[in-house]
Every structure is written in structure tokens, then in C-alpha cells.
Design a protein around this ligand. Structure first.
Ligand SMILES: Nc1nc2c(c(=O)[nH]1)N[C@H]1C(S)=C(S)[C@@H](COP(=O)(O)O)O[C@H]1N2
Ligand SMILES: [Mo]
Length: 545
């Protein structure tokens, strides 16, 4: 049997890995599954990565962070596959075993994901078989090795000879001569061209697989989006209209109602779970007298209410846009908990997402009179996939990470001393009420304005307390009261505006602070978002000429 050159061995491992990843990826999409081995490893990386590194990745790559992650995982996989391929030179059986074991492990990883179904596992397993098959073909083409057909001694001999073979193979000319007429009989090694044609074909199959897989995802999204054009029933309790004057009429200020597609997205899901509403269920259990389960149809048939609520992320930096206001349609969680009968020792609700994410919400925030919802719609439309289709939680007055579980499947009544939520395990607070805050939308940082009157405007929020007033100051001048837009309710943000008269040419800054109805003035103390949100006044520099 011919020995394997280093290049061939490496190429075999790499190409076989690509066949596995690529075919598993495209098969997953074709079977309507959402988790391919590539995705599963990406999710695992997110899980084990230190929080600081995740933050760094997000700040470096922004919205492309997930793509960068998948690409890095893919490339790392190929290189590892390549190195495993090097084993072919000395121990072809071990190499084959290692590759199959690695593929099996990744298939198992897919199977272990909570959102995985039979389709995900079948796709990964088929990909693994194809990958192993490609590896065998390449092994044959490179050496004439046939699994099982050759006695161990031949393999061992290959191993013994390999050091000198390096030099020989390097001379290349031997390839052609040994090729078709080689010593291996029916298992004859293919010539250099034959081997690389085969390797090229494998690489092509794998890359096309990944490309198609990802394209189908993109196209499928549109189809899935259409399929979910469920018409929500009219809410039994509609939200009052947005009051006149809620908007202060300044271009560049975030609109009072945020369109669902413009709402920020924050979650740990690499691909948003694709949930079939016909099989989705919500379980209410834990410390309750009578646990029960609802289907999506059960939920839609209930007395749904509509509430206007500003959702805010704890990671929102001062001046950031990780917040938005929607008119949410849903079922009051309070009523679901009433039906289950909460036991007296309970003090927390741990909501579970289909993807394993959890949030801990003080029981009180779900049983007092605030509008905590199992929401099925935003602004009159069903939720989109990224925002939690078919159902998510919305709790006024608490940051999203301790309340707003998307793709929710379980409401577990428990105690803070018994269970910990996803982000609490990672150093963030277990309870996190939203702090009064404000933002300048106009002018934009470093904007050039013409001399004279300068209009400044933005938003302020203090969910559950309500925004009482907003103040602005030019440079280091005195705080002046801004005009605040009409208040829809205490759970929604308020726009504000102010005209600074006769601003002198030159560089200036404007700073904003809000006060809530309990009298708390937004602090100017700067601190990081972890563990329970950034603080500090938003300040914007601009130029007047
Ligand atoms: N399943 C799940 N739900 C989740 C999260 C998540 O990572 N997974 N992130 C939470 C956080 S931190 C926030 S701020 C809100 C954001 O909701 P949005 O993406 O719809 O704006 O969702 C919350 N719900
Ligand atoms: Mo968040």
C-alpha cells in the first residue's frame, strides 16, 4: 500500500470534515430542523465563553457577531479535521475511528439541545455517515487502503515506513507511475490528479452544502414568516389610544411606538428557535396547587389584554438604543398564576425558554396589579421569530434579562433561594428594576448646527414610576426644564424637547437628566451595566457655526 503524503492526509481530513458539516447543515434545513452541528458547537461556545469575551465580541462585530462565530467554529473544525487527517499517514484505522467518534459526538451535541427534534438528529447522523464515507474514499484514493480488507500488518508497515516516505513522496513524479498500475491491486491508489479531483469534489459538496443550508435558512425565514401570519383575536381589553402630544414633533427622535422590526434584539440564541405553534405548549407549575398546560389555541381563546409597555435591556449603555415601546397583546400572568394557585412559600417565578434560557422574576411583579403578560403580539401583529414567536413574557418595570423570556415554554413558581436564572449564574443581579433614565436623540453626537436657536430632544423612561420631568443643560450651565410629551402611562417612555435660545458659535455640549414620579433624580454617577444597569447622564457634543 502506498503511504500518504502530509498534504493528502491533511486534505483528506479537512475535506471529510467539510462534507460532514456541509451536508449536515443543508440536510438540517431540508428537514425543517433548526440546529445543525455547526450551530450546536456555536451555541456551546457561547455558553462556555466568559461573559467579558462575549461582550468584547459583540462590541467588535456588532450584529455580525453570530456570523463571525459560525465562521470561526467552521474554520477551527476544518483545521482540526485536517490534523486528524494527518493520522492517516501512520494509523488509518485510528484516523477513521477518531473522525467517526468526533462526528458522533457532534451529533450527540445536536441531540442534547433542548430545541432539537428528530429532524436535527437525523440530519447530523446522515451528515456524519457521508463525512465518514468521504474520508474512506479519500483514504483509498490516497493509499489504496481498504477498511477491513487489509490485514493489520499492512497498516503497521505503512506506519514503520512513513519517515522515509516523506522524502519520496515529495518528489511527486512517483505518483503518476504508482497510480493506476500501482502495487495495491484493486485497492490501487489513485494518481495525484485523481486524489485531488476527489478531494476537490468533497470540498465542493461540503461548501455547497453550507451555502445552500444558509440560503435555505434565509429563504425559509420568509416562508416561515408568512406561515405565521396568524390573525390575533381582538383583545378583550384594548389599550387606550396613544394620547395626542405623546410625540414632540422633532425629526430624529425615536418614534413613540417602535415597529417590531425596529425593536432591538438581545438574546443568546444563535438562530432564533423556529417553533410550530401547533405543538407549542406553556406549562405553569412548581410551587402551585394545580399545575396545568396551555396550547397556543387555548391561549388565544382567553381574555387577552393589550398594554403599552417600554421594554429595556440592562446592557443598554448611557445614550444607547436597547429599548423600545410596543403595544403588547397577551394574557395577564397574574390570572394564570391565580388559576394554578401559588403556594405561600413561593417568592419567584423562573420562566424557561425552549432554548434553555431562564429569567427570575419576583413573584410580586407578576401578581400585583401591573400589566405582566404572556404576550402573543406586538402592535397588533403576532410576534416575529426573533422577538419570541409564539409567546414571550413582558413585565413592566423590570429589565428584560429578569423578565422578558422569549420562546417561553414554562412558568415555574419557585423561590430565589432555590433556583438561579441564566444571567444570575453569570454575575448579574437576580432582581433588577428599571432605573429612571433619559437619552438625547437630537442633535446627534458632533453634529453641526447653524447659529441661533438649537432644538434638543429625546426620550426618558422610568417604568412603573412614570417620568415626572426632564431637565437639560447647555455646557456647564443651569438645569432647565424641558417640555415633556403627553404621558400614555407610567410604563411607557416619554419624549421631551427643548429649545436652547441663541447658542453662540463654537463647540458645545448638552446633558439630560430625568426625574421619576417617586422623586428619584437620575444619578450622574457613571457605572457599568453589570450587575444591574449602567447609570450616568447622557451628554452630546455638537458644533454651532
Ligand atoms: N429566550 C430568551 N429570552 C430572552 C433573552 C434570551 O437571551 N433568550 N434575552 C432577554 C433580554 S436580555 C432582553 S433585553 C429581552 C430583549 O427582547 P427583544 O430581543 O425582543 O428586544 O429579551 C429577553 N428574553
Ligand atoms: Mo437585556
Amino acid at each position: 500500500m502506498r503511504p500518504q503524503t502530509r498534504t493528502r492526509a491533511f486534505a483528506s481530513g479537512l475535506a471529510a470534515t467539510l462534507v460532514f458539516l456541509g451536508t449536515a447543515d443543508v440536510l438540517a434545513r431540508l428537514l425543517g430542523a433548526s440546529t445543525s452541528p455547526l450551530t450546536a458547537v456555536g451555541l456551546l461556545v457561547i455558553r462556555v465563553m466568559p461573559t467579558d469575551l462575549v461582550k468584547l465580541a459583540i462590541s467588535l462585530f456588532g450584529e455580525a457577531d453570530k456570523l463571525v462565530l459560525v465562521l470561526s467554529v467552521g474554520l477551527a473544525g476544518l483545521v482540526i479535521g485536517g490534523f486528524a487527517g494527518l493520522l492517516l499517514r501512520t494509523r488509518p484505522r485510528t484516523a477513521l475511528l477518531a473522525l467517526t467518534a468526533a462526528e458522533a459526538a457532534l451529533t450527540l451535541l445536536v441531540a442534547l439541545r433542548p430545541e432539537s427534534g428528530a429532524g436535527d438528529v437525523i440530519a447530523a447522523a446522515l451528515g456524519a455517515v457521508l463525512g465518514a464515507f468521504a474520508f474512506l474514499l479519500l483514504l483509498r484514493a490516497g493509499t489504496g487502503y481498504r477498511s477491513g480488507g487489509h490485514p493489520n500488518s499492512r497498516v503497521l508497515r505503512t506506519s514503520n515506513r512513513s519517515p522515509e516516505d516523506d522524502g519520496r513522496d515529495g518528489r511527486g513524479g512517483l505518483d503518476g507511475r504508482d497510480g493506476p498500475a500501482g502495487r495495491g491491486g484493486s485497492g490501487a491508489p489513485t494518481g495525484r490528479r485523481g486524489f485531488f479531483t476527489l478531494a476537490g469534489a468533497a470540498v465542493l459538496v461540503g461548501s455547497v452544502g453550507i451555502a445552500c443550508g444558509r440560503t435555505i435558512t434565509a429563504v425559509g425565514k420568509g416562508a416561515a414568516e408568512a406561515a405565521r401570519r396568524i390573525v390575533l383575536p381582538a383583545p378583550a381589553v384594548p389599550a387606550p389610544a396613544v394620547p395626542d402630544g405623546a410625540e414632540v414633533g422633532v425629526d430624529g427622535v425615536a418614534p413613540f411606538t417602535t415597529a417590531q422590526e425596529d425593536l432591538y434584539r438581545i438574546d443568546t440564541a444563535l438562530v432564533p428557535p423556529s417553533i410550530d405553534p401547533d405543538t407549542w405548549e406553556l406549562r405553569v407549575d412548581g410551587l402551585v396547587e394545580e399545575p396545568f398546560t396551555l396550547t397556543f389555541d387555548d391561549l388565544l381563546a382567553m381574555r387577552l389584554e393589550e398594554h403599552r409597555i417600554t421594554l429595556t435591556c440592562v446592557s443598554n449603555p448611557v445614550g444607547g438604543d436597547l429599548l423600545g415601546t410596543g403595544t403588547w397583546t397577551g394574557m395577564p400572568i397574574r390570572e394564570l398564576l391565580d388559576r394554578a394557585g401559588v403556594l405561600p412559600e413561593a417568592d419567584m417565578v423562573l420562566s424557561h425558554s425552549i432554548d434553555g434560557f431562564t429569567a427570575s422574576t419576583p413573584l410580586e411583579a407578576m401578581t400585583d396589579d401591573r400589566a405582566s403578560l404572556v404576550a402573543v403580539g406586538m402592535n397588533g401583529e403576532p410576534l416575529t421569530e426573533v422577538h419570541g414567536f409564539p409567546a414571550r413574557l413582558i413585565v413592566p418595570g423590570l429589565y428584560g434579562f429578569v423578565s422578558a423570556t422569549k420562546w417561553v415554554t414554562r412558568i415555574e413558581v419557585t423561590r430565589f433561594d432555590r433556583a438561579e436564572a441564566y444571567w444570575t449564574q453569570r454575575g448579574w443581579d437576580a432582581e433588577a428594576p428599571i432605573l429612571v433614565a433619559s437619552r438625547i436623540d437630537v442633535p446627534r453626537g458632533l453634529e453641526k448646527m447653524s447659529a441661533g436657536d438649537v432644538v434638543v430632544a429625546g426620550s426618558a423612561w422610568a417604568q412603573q414610576h412614570g417620568v415626572e420631568s426632564v431637565e437639560v443643560r447647555l455646557d456647564d450651565g443651569d438645569w432647565q426644564s424641558a417640555d415633556v410629551g403627553a404621558e400614555a402611562n407610567i410604563d411607557s417612555w416619554r419624549q421631551w424637547r427643548m429649545t436652547l435660545a441663541d447658542v453662540e458659535p463654537g463647540r458645545h455640549s448638552v446633558t439630560v437628566r430625568a426625574t421619576d414620579r417617586s422623586g428619584t433624580v437620575q444619578t450622574d454617577e457613571r457605572r457599568d451595566p453589570i450587575p444591574n444597569s449602567a447609570t450616568g447622564h447622557h451628554r452630546v457634543e455638537f458644533r454651532v457655526e
